[in-house]
Design a protein around this ligand. Structure first.
Ligand SMILES: Cc1ncc(COP(=O)(O)O)c(C=O)c1O
Length: 202
């Protein structure tokens, strides 16, 4: 998640220099952060939004969403072998319907609960430096003596996945020492009830 002010500054910079602002919402879009698109948290309107993954609830689909002025190429100038798959498109329309039927609001509410509970835990665990995020996309930053707790993060990964983290050294360096908690939006809170009990044993 960007810091407050970052996206607004980027939007202004793009406007000043005539640059298109592209928001990759492949992971952050489709309601996960408690809004349909994460950029809405900062009131930003990008020129292009990319979505995939959750857009069709697991059926293969990606989409480029853009203003009419950007999408005005002549018919057949842009093709794709599997583009516009009817089944995937139907799944995407159904996904949008269910998201707008309460899932997004629930992601926002459950995200607030999750942040609160994780911050309670952080207050008792010196290893947790910071908990941040929006909706159901949350990062838990680990640090020891003011430095990224890399060994501890790797150990957590191994305990959860049974293998070493497969990210490249560059990817590990760029994401610092945060572990990510991400979940798809759901309608009901029932799956989150365990937070009230199990998280205290974290
Ligand atoms: C943020 C982000 N953008 C783009 C992609 C690529 O999406 P796709 O595999 O649907 O092309 C991914 C895939 O993991 C992603 O996480």
């Amino acid at each position: 998640m960007p810091e407050n002010g970052f996206l607004g500054g980027l939007r202004r910079l793009c406007d000043r220099h005539g640059i298109l602002l592209v928001a990759d919402e492949v992971q952050t879009g489709m309601g996960r952060t408690g809004k349909m698109f994460a950029c809405e948290h900062w009131g930003i309107v990008p020129d292009i939004i990319c979505v995939a993954k959750g857009v069709a609830s697991g059926l293969p689909l990606g989409a480029i969403i853009a203003k009419a002025g950007v999408m005005d190429w002549p018919a057949s100038k842009h093709t794709s072998t599997f583009g516009g798959n009817p089944l995937s498109c139907a799944a995407a329309l159904a996904t949008i319907d269910v998201l707008q039927g309460g899932f997004i609001e629930n992601a926002a509410a459950m995200g607030k609960l999750l942040l609160r509970r994780l911050r309670d835990i952080a207050a008792r665990k010196p290893l947790i430096h910071e908990v941040r995020g929006r909706g159901l996309l949350i990062g838990i930053e680990l640090a020891r003596n003011g430095k990224p707790a890399i060994a501890e993060r790797e150990a957590l990964w191994k305990r959860r996945c049974g293998t070493d983290c497969c990210c490249s050294a560059e990817a590990k360096a760029s994401c610092g020492c945060a572990r990510r908690w991400s979940s798809p939006p759901r309608k009901s809170a029932s799956r989150w009830k365990y937070l009230k009990t199990r998280s205290t044993k974290f």
